[in-house]
Design a protein. Structure first.
Length: 209
């Protein structure tokens, strides 16, 4: 019997080689790729996210778990594609124009992948036009943007307005050190996440809406 609980535990411990071996073993036993994803990798990352939110673990541990998850996903991705499995949703992420900080954005991207989302990461210094063009091209339903500086934060408003003006059904969520729920309300963003774990929950709500 495939040890999916053990797979989740190996991921939580950041044991990349164990994760890869257990993903392969489960597939060899005939477990469906979707089940391996949801009951193994996503289950493990959900616990990591919860622990991170409660300050029981910190960014380095999350990054190690995320790296282990990526190792498992390398094996799983082709199988998921071949089975026709659909991701939980598609999210475009990036740090807004003028801002080159990416640690928080990278963390959110990894957590979203751990939540079963297809993530289109545009990197840093991303213009409103680029956000909207990527969402349109990839069929994404959500744009997630980050800013770490009070000087670049106002650009988020331009991205929100561009998304609304595009005529596409794109939701927007924002985050970053100086960003608040009040600011999200002011610029008309659909949501604000205080940390990477909250971003996954917010993405679920926005994609389901």
């Amino acid at each position: 019997m495939a040890d999916l609980e053990g797979l989740a535990i190996s991921l939580m411990r950041g044991k990349q080689d164990e994760v890869k071996a257990k993903v392969q073993a489960a597939l060899d036993e005939g477990v469906s790729p979707v089940t391996v994803l949801n009951d193994g990798l996503v289950a493990g990352m959900s616990v990591v996210g919860e622990r991170f939110r409660k300050n029981l673990i910190y960014v380095p541990e999350v990054l190690i778990s995320a790296r282990a998850m990526r190792g498992g996903m390398e094996i799983l991705k082709p199988k998921l594609a071949a089975s026709g499995a659909q991701p939980a949703g598609k999210v475009v992420v990036g740090t807004v124009k003028g801002d080159l900080h990416d640690i928080g954005k990278n963390l959110v991207a990894m957590m979203l992948q751990g939540g079963g989302y297809e993530v289109i990461d545009l990197g840093t210094d991303v213009s409103a036009e680029k956000f909207v063009a990527a969402a349109k091209e990839k069929g994404a339903s959500l744009i997630g943007m980050s800013a770490l500086l009070t000087t670049t934060m106002p650009y988020m408003s331009q991205v929100v307005q561009a998304a609304k003006a595009s005529g596409l059904k794109i939701k927007t969520m924002i985050g970053g050190a100086p960003v608040t729920q009040q600011y999200a309300n002011e610029i008309g963003a659909d949501g604000y996440a205080a940390d990477a774990a909250s971003a996954v929950e917010l993405a679920r709500r926005l994609c389901a809406a």
